[in-house]
Design a protein around this ligand. Sequence first.
Ligand SMILES: *[C@@H]1O[C@H](CO)[C@@H](O)[C@H](O)[C@H]1NC(C)=O
Ligand SMILES: *[C@@H]1O[C@H](CO)[C@@H](O)[C@H](O)[C@H]1NC(C)=O
Ligand SMILES: *[C@@H]1O[C@H](CO)[C@@H](O)[C@H](O)[C@H]1NC(C)=O
Ligand SMILES: *[C@@H]1O[C@H](CO)[C@@H](O)[C@H](O)[C@H]1NC(C)=O
Ligand SMILES: *[C@@H]1O[C@H](CO)[C@@H](O)[C@H](O)[C@H]1NC(C)=O
Length: 667
Amino acid sequence: MFMLLLLSSFLNQASLSSIDPITFSFPSFNPQSCSNGDLICMGSVTAGDHYLNLTPESAQETNTSVSSLPINKVGRVVYPHRVLAWPAIISTTFTVRISPFPNSTGSGEGIAFVIAQDSNPSPNDSYGSYIGLLDRSTQGGVVHQLAVELDTFANEFDPDDNHIGIDTTSIINPVAAKSLNSTGINLKSGRDIKVKIDYDGWKKILHIYVAYSGNPLMSFLNQSIMMSDTVPSSVYVGFTASTGTASETHQIFDWSFTSMPLPDYSLKHKLDRGDEIKIMVIIVIPIIVGLFVLVAWALVPFVCRAIGSKNERNRKNEDIESRSRSAANVPKMFTYKQLSKATHNFSKDNLLGTGGFGSVYKGIISHPPSTIAVKKISATSKQGEKEYLAEICTIGCLRHKNIVQLQGWSHEGEHLLLVYEYMPNSSLDHFIGKIFLDWTTRYKILTGLASALLYLHEECANPVVHRDVKPNNVMLDSDYNAHLGDFGLARLLQNDASVTTMLAGTPGYLAPEVGYSGRATPASDVYSFGMVVLEVVCGRRSKGMMEENSLVDYVWGLHGKGTLLQCVDRMLQGRFEEEQVKRTLIVGLACLHPDSSSRPRIRRVVQIFMNPNEPLMELPGCRPSAIYVSLQSSAASTTTTDFGSTAVSALCRSAPLPDETVIQYGM
Ligand SMILES: *[C@@H]1O[C@H](CO)[C@@H](O)[C@H](O)[C@H]1NC(C)=O
Ligand SMILES: *[C@@H]1O[C@H](CO)[C@@H](O)[C@H](O)[C@H]1NC(C)=O
Ligand SMILES: *[C@@H]1O[C@H](CO)[C@@H](O)[C@H](O)[C@H]1NC(C)=O
Ligand SMILES: *[C@@H]1O[C@H](CO)[C@@H](O)[C@H](O)[C@H]1NC(C)=O
Ligand SMILES: *[C@@H]1O[C@H](CO)[C@@H](O)[C@H](O)[C@H]1NC(C)=O
């Protein structure tokens, strides 16, 4: 029985781990990286101080003559464990430096990221233009691999000596090759170059991004690739580099890799049909298990000892794995059953709320024990689902203390579920005008929300526009810290024509220019943020376009009269820092400028919130209005922005609404 339990728990484990994402990250390397089992280093690879040399470094050659430069070298390094190549979403980022030797007459040949069938060294005779990928005598067909090469030598079949190519079975006939000239990047500059390679397992497209380190990544090449026709499902990943008669140094400074499994429908389908498999399961397995139990029983003393030491080893491995996971904690796939169980079959008692994209349920999972929020997505077409899942990788990789962390997802048939961390204090809209929050807390929430937007707009690897900033999307943790949620969804589901009008932002928080251009920008997020600022300070919701304008007009009017503090939520009973509230309101109004180019950037907002001595922006005495566009465009000769902001203050709207009128919007 003991063995049976062990076996079943082992099987359980195996099936669970098979849907976990694989992720690892080398923020830098060290002299032990090759010797301590972190990597398999082959050929000319050596570990330097904080980098890997794939081909020998010039420092090692300083006092040798040009004729004995390290020519015809091949180096290959791979991660020592297998990873999933398909069906999966893959993302890898690394920094590479290629340095020509000071007095070398030429430079070559190149370095490649490789998805390889095995962890063997590069083929014989793969130096020079073969970049450690293929044996020049046998050429292709033998090796199953996918390589993205950074090529610094112009062979007759290459576009030039500064290009990126994609190779599978042939170097001479690459899948794609494109010169880097248009990007301004020179591979041989000796500067650090950052490369990001994503494979979208849904659309079967390989995306390559490149930039000098420290600059924003540029999309460089998209190539349709059928991963399942190219490499086995389980692969090794790493780098190869080579020199030929020309030489140079190839170094890797950091490397991270993630592979997120996708459900394999073809496989599932086969299993459903395979009656013979069922027969196998029903008849053969019990026999094997029976034999196994008999043998095991006889061997109990030995087996126990072996298991003891194995468990210890496993624990060690898990330790290492969990550490690397928490570092890059990517969303993982759940089964529908797991989430259904966690939420008591999506019972009404567990319902936390219903929003534009679906209903959210509270759930409890036991491994590891934690409380989660499960969002059940509604109103998605087939296309929407696919795109949505592809986006998960992007969303899931965003990480900031003021952003709701996506923990996982599930996608089975019609069911599309998202798993988030659970926020005990629900969302900001539950509080505005209803439940008391002191001023310090309100200020903390607004500062957190601004930081989240700054991260999304400027600080994360792939900047995004949220598109739907509103109190319902600002979740509050147990300490009332703001966590912005639901980003990515708006953009994604917007591609689906059937939901465009319904979900493209929320009326009342939508910047005026989005209304007619349909284009959301960081500035339109800033506008929505301004609206949230007014609501939080005044304790009033703005529902619907007309009322929103009234609230903005009203506060702007008070500003004009110099009685700004009159709008402050009466629930605060005057217990707040006047100067701070005033500054907050002025920032809010500035964000609500109808001219998008006159709004502050979110970075400026964060600076003002963080520092009481930071000078404030200029604000016109009354609300500038978008109605005067045509008058302005002839008058304002400077730029071609939609609305000039120079003379706008003179052209104000009708008098602001009196205090009593506004109360009807309060709630
Ligand atoms: C050449 O390198 C060796 C060590 O590798 C060193 O002892 C020697 O001084 C060097 N010669 C010159 C001329 O720099
Ligand atoms: C490389 O060239 C520089 C000047 O061009 C020279 O001073 C130096 O000695 C050369 N180094 C070698 C190793 O030949
Ligand atoms: C590669 O070269 C080594 C050493 O020269 C040799 O033992 C091996 O058989 C060669 N492999 C192939 C596939 O030719
Ligand atoms: C890129 O620029 C280099 C140097 O100016 C030139 O030799 C090469 O032909 C260019 N490549 C292409 C594809 O135009
Ligand atoms: C690659 O595709 C993405 C959209 O998937 C697009 O934004 C990007 O501009 C494309 N890049 C190139 C170089 O075509």
